[in-house]
Design a protein around this ligand. Structure first.
Ligand SMILES: [Zn+2]
Length: 86
């Protein structure tokens, strides 16, 4: 019985550890196609007050940050819809 309990505890800890590893990658939603992807798969853009868009390579620029797929079609669709200057 004791061993059963110990096994249960180990299993529980393993699940916690696994969940931690998974949640380590922040998930963001693409503003264009709404698909959820890991932060690394998306590009962060910052929209300035004059509606110009800059790619935020360092991911720490000020301004309204959005995430979009690293995909030309996805970006074009979004920019056209929003009437943004690239
Ligand atoms: Zn997308």
């Amino acid at each position: 019985m004791h061993q059963e309990q110990r096994r249960a505890v180990i299993k529980k800890n393993l699940i916690i550890l696994m969940n931690r590893c998974v949640s380590h990658v922040p998930i963001r939603t693409c503003v264009s196609c709404r698909s959820k992807k890991g932060k690394m798969e998306l590009i962060r853009l910052v929209i300035n007050k004059d509606n110009s868009v800059v790619i935020d390579n360092l991911k720490r620029q000020n301004g309204r940050g959005i995430y979009i797929c690293n995909d030309a079609a996805c970006m074009e669709r979004f920019f056209k819809k929003r009437g943004l200057n690239v």
